[in-house]
Design a protein around this ligand. Sequence first.
Ligand code: NAD
Length: 296
Amino acid sequence: MSRTVAFIGLGHMGGPMAVNLAKAGHRVLGHDLVPAAVETAAGSGVEPAASAAGAVAAADVVVSMLPAGRHVLSLYDGILTAARPGTLFVDCSTIDVADARTAHERAVAAGVRALDAPVSGGVVGAEAATLTFMAGGGEAEFAEAGPLLEVMGKRAVHCGGPGAGQAAKICNNMILGVSMIAVSEAFVLGESLGLSHQALYDVASTASGQCWSLSVNCPVPGPVPTSPANRAYRPGFAASLMAKDLGLAANAAREGGVHAELGMRAAELYARYAEHVGDSEDFSGIVRTVRDRSGA
Ligand code: NAD
């Protein structure tokens, strides 16, 4: 069934996601504060919308893909009253669990429906429509969003009620950030002990040290030819985004009184590393800071 979708936020992720919806035959009304982002999407079948409220008023479903929670809440404050009753709002941005729950509450109070559906898979996944969606909200809302999520990604998991999608996203990325630091420290320790990268990889990738940070995104060049380490750490998953996600996880851990010692430490290390490299380096480049601080 073809739907009318208002798509707000046509940046690195939102642009290609909106284009994939349009390519699948949906009417997509796209809006972004940056005119160039709208123009790029318009070149691939997205109809430019002069205002977010105008797009929302005509839509069955509203998808947003914005930088942070404050952008989502301020957008919702400006557009919820413009929507027809029952319109489904799907926020795909990565934001605080608390902000996601607030967004749900405000949507419901305004007579519309909401789902949080952050993604993993990066810009490559957004372009190739291979994203994984992690959704939080009602069964009916998840089922209704399903055909649209299928067009933009390859997998959608219903994680629970409001905010559960965001919770799954930051918990997963806490595992990822901590495991990348662990793998990096192991390689630098191996170097100091005269162990070759290949030997450590050959053992750990088939033993109990196996994990995605080692076997797919290996932080040293050589053992996994497709990992960002082989292209001077060009992302990939940018260090700045890892720092952002670990910051969200650290906030949630603090608020919940969770003793996430390694997650907190990983958030600090990535915040410091991202200050230097921003979005120019893949998060696996943190191996170089481990090496530098070891004086190696
Ligand atoms: P981006 O900065 O490229 O895009 C965000 C867009 O939102 C920008 O074009 C900006 O102009 C627009 N925008 C901001 N406020 C707006 C408003 N009120 N109305 C209309 N447009 C507005 O960021 P991105 O890389 O596309 O990331 C978007 C979200 O996806 C973030 O929450 C990020 O954490 C998450 N994410 C990104 C990646 C990635 O690899 N880039 C991967 C997974 C998740």
